[in-house]
Write a protein that binds this ligand. Structure first.
Ligand code: ZN
Length: 182
């Protein structure tokens, strides 16, 4: 389970030169997602004086949604405390913004990159949006729904199952979270 490619179905077993390229691409996207997560923490710390809830309390999770051509469509960071919205997870915000930008709810061909393993809500939303590929960083053994506690993204009872790659830049992504909880 603790390897980079955890996808079943189409993604499974693809290795070699293509696999190395893909890994590099995933790591590049993950660096961008980390940037979003960390910038979020700084931005919310600066804005905390003007917001009723200390937004710096938001767990630094960042997400990037890429179109089929690899272009960045939208970003999202966890804003649950900032907005007081229980659904304001990084993935959901990135999905909403990308769908708004494209003018449609179907995001097939798109890739969602997030620094932490998605929860059940986000995994459900990713399936409903028909996202083709999900790439995540740190594993979340307590709430993860992409292989840890549940595996919503690859449940064979669902008619849409994205390819899943977990543990990308695991050390870096886990370090950002550890620093927050320290
Ligand atoms: Zn979530």
């Amino acid at each position: 389970m603790r390897c980079e490619a955890v996808g079943v179905g189409e993604g499974e077993g693809r290795t070699g030169v293509g696999g190395a390229d893909r890994r590099q691409r995933h790591e590049q996207w993950m660096r961008r997602a980390l940037e979003v997560a960390v910038a979020g923490a700084e931005a919310t710390a600066a804005a905390a004086a003007d917001t009723p809830v200390p937004a710096a309390d938001d767990i630094p999770v960042g997400a990037v949604l890429l179109g089929p051509d690899g272009a960045e469509l939208a970003i999202g960071r966890n804003e649950r405390e900032l907005t007081g919205d229980p659904t304001a997870h990084a993935e959901v915000l990135a999905l909403r913004r990308a769908a708004g930008r494209l003018g449609r709810w179907r995001l097939d061909g798109c890739t969602l990159v997030v620094t932490l393993e998605p929860c059940t809500m986000c995994a459900g939303a990713l399936v409903l949006a028909r996202v083709s590929t999900v790439v995540f960083g740190a594993w979340e053994p307590k709430t993860g729904a992409a292989g840890s506690l549940w595996d919503v993204l690859r449940d064979r009872r669902l008619n849409h199952r994205p390819e899943v790659y977990g543990g990308v830049l695991e050390t870096e992504t886990a370090a950002v979270l550890r620093a927050f909880f320290r």
